[in-house]
Design a protein around this ligand. Structure first.
Ligand SMILES: O=C(O)COP(=O)(O)O
Ligand SMILES: [Mg+2]
Length: 229
């Protein structure tokens, strides 16, 4: 079966977004008169969506849950700050633009499947100038469950009009690999993103690549590319 579609994670895969996410977290913590966090710590809190990022930042723990009243207040503050900051400091990883262009030139259908809330995903893709590559964009709150649940991956395939076995997921975390594989989509992982503090080498997946360009070269070399109608 030839690959007809590539599904991409966003944070830690296409864009280094931790500088924005951490700036919004620290602006929130300052407003709440709580101690700030360094970027490396915030990076380990990214992966299971905005609500988890806020709970983790408030409690200083990956599994922490803040008190409901504090969370509600912090959530509104963080969203207001991130709305302003989103995209200001985010940077492409090496090979991303070249890789997207190569996949597009090969006629593959491209989608983003992120845990970032929808209201921030579209604007970030637009601000960074890559929105045009994706015919489907799914955020962490587009459906009732997000990665590592397979639902958003299955919905992306459905919306692209491909079966899971005709798709490949490219991501940076266990959340991506679990979601993709449970949906029947193979997953390749990149080494540079955010994996909630876990080593990427020992994360179960179907392949490791160093850059998106390398992934594109590998897909194009291995597969008879089928140009989409
Ligand atoms: O919003 C997050 O926590 C992570 O987003 P991602 O799924 O694009 O890595
Ligand atoms: Mg990610």
């Amino acid at each position: 079966m030839s690959i007809r579609a590539i599904l991409f994670d966003l944070d830690g895969t296409l864009l280094h977004t931790v500088p924005d996410l951490a700036a919004a977290v620290n602006a929130m913590l300052r407003d709440l008169a709580l101690p700030e966090l360094d970027e490396a710590t915030v990076a380990t809190y990214v992966g299971k969506g905005a609500e988890n990022l806020i709970h983790r930042s408030l409690t200083g723990s990956l599994d922490g849950r803040a008190d409901a009243a504090l969370f509600e207040k912090a959530n509104a503050i963080w969203h207001a700050h991130y709305e302003q900051i989103n995209g200001q400091h985010a940077e492409f990883y090496p090979g991303v633009l070249e890789g997207l262009e190569a996949f597009a030139q090969a006629g593959l259908k491209l989608a983003v499947v992120t845990n970032k809330p929808e209201r921030f995903t579209g604007p970030l893709l637009a601000r960074s100038g890559i929105a045009c590559y994706f015919s489907v964009v799914i955020g962490g709150d587009t459906f009732e469950r997000k990665k590592p649940d397979p639902l958003p991956v299955l919905k992306a395939c459905e919306r692209l009009g491909v079966s899971p076995s005709e798709a490949l997921f490219i991501g940076d975390s266990l959340n991506d690999a679990q979601a993709a594989r449970a949906a029947g989509v193979p997953c390749w992982l990149l080494p540079y993103g955010y994996n909630e503090g876990r080593p990427i080498e020992s994360t179960p997946c179907d392949g490791h690549i160093n850059t998106l360009l390398q992934a594109a070269e590998r897909v194009c070399a291995q597969q008879p590319i089928q140009v989409n109608p």
